[in-house]
Write a protein that binds this ligand. Structure first.
Ligand code: GLU
Length: 280
């Protein structure tokens, strides 16, 4: 029998927000209910947005909120390093594999180009479907030997229906090329994109269930394609509820007053916060 391994994966782009903390709490509950291990991984690949001081603050705030992990950058474990900026060699190996399989291609379109040439996105907060401007004929293997200097897009199998069973929401389905298009796996500024890094790490850290916010449901389908392309076994998924404020608006990082740090400085207590946000 496989032992449950879950993870929490904050990005140190600012102080931890109550919305993230609740998602991580759910991930901890899943690990506890399944008698498993919880791993902390710091997702700091976006060097322009991530700052080392936020990493330390996040660890401190997570502990204050009542989260406990068995492996992480502050504890270590057998699957380290637990900080993405120290795992580049793994992402590069995956990039090479995808390139050799003709499943990715370099793209010179700017975000603006894509926005202008494509129709409106189907889903809130989603990028529009890539119109295929730079997509070469099937089977074209790029002869570039380094990803730097271009965006690299994953060639999605247009029209294929993708499925998975979410452990909270039940059966989920999306159509590649319709619900989402060719997506970026490596950025022009030489940063591996979230979709690639998260799959490489969840597989390498032998995560058995990914528990994270339901805002990432559509990303899960992209990631299913990467698992398949890299020949990696797919974990289970549990997408958690999104926390909204009293007006029904989604809590997001921009509500600075809802950072754990500010709540704590204003005298909030972790038990009360959990009771308030978890019961609603
Ligand atoms: N670092 C990502 C975030 O903070 C993690 C997403 C995930 O759990 O896959 O949104």
């Amino acid at each position: 029998m496989t032992t449950y391994r879950g993870r929490i994966a904050p990005s140190p782009t600012g102080y931890l927000h109550i919305g993230h903390a609740i998602t991580f709490w759910r991930a901890q509950e899943r690990a506890e209910q399944n008698g498993g291990t919880l791993v902390l991984r710091i997702e700091d690949l976006d060097t322009a947005r991530c700052r080392p001081e936020f990493r330390d603050a996040i660890i401190e705030d997570l502990r204050w909120f009542g989260l406990r992990w068995a492996e992480g950058p502050d504890i270590d474990g057998s699957f380290g390093p637990y900080v993405q900026s120290e795992r580049r060699a793994l992402y590069l190996a995956a990039w090479k594999k995808l390139r050799d399989a003709a499943l990715i291609y370099p793209c010179s379109c700017s975000r603006q180009d894509v926005l202008q040439s494509a129709g409106a996105p189907h889903h809130e907060n989603e990028e529009p479907v890539y119109p295929g401007t730079c997509r070469p004929p099937n089977g074209t293997v790029s002869d570039l030997d380094s990803p730097a200097g271009h965006h690299w897009r994953f060639r999605v199998p247009g029209g294929e229906a993708l499925h998975f069973i979410d452990n909270r929401l039940g059966p989920q389905r999306a159509i590649a090329g319709v619900d989402f298009g060719d997506f970026i796996v490596w950025r022009k500024d030489d940063v591996p994109a979230y979709q690639l890094a998260v799959v490489v790490d969840d597989a390498a850290m032998q995560i058995t269930e990914v528990a994270r916010g339901a805002d990432l449901l559509l990303s899960t389908f992209r990631q299913l394609l990467i698992y398949r392309a890299l020949g990696l076994s797919v974990p289970e998924f549990f997408h958690t509820e999104l926390i909204t404020d009293s007006a029904g608006l989604r809590l997001a990082k921009r509500h600075a007053s809802l950072s754990l740090r500010e709540l704590r400085n204003a005298g909030a207590n972790a038990d009360q916060l959990r009771a308030r946000y978890l019961s609603s």
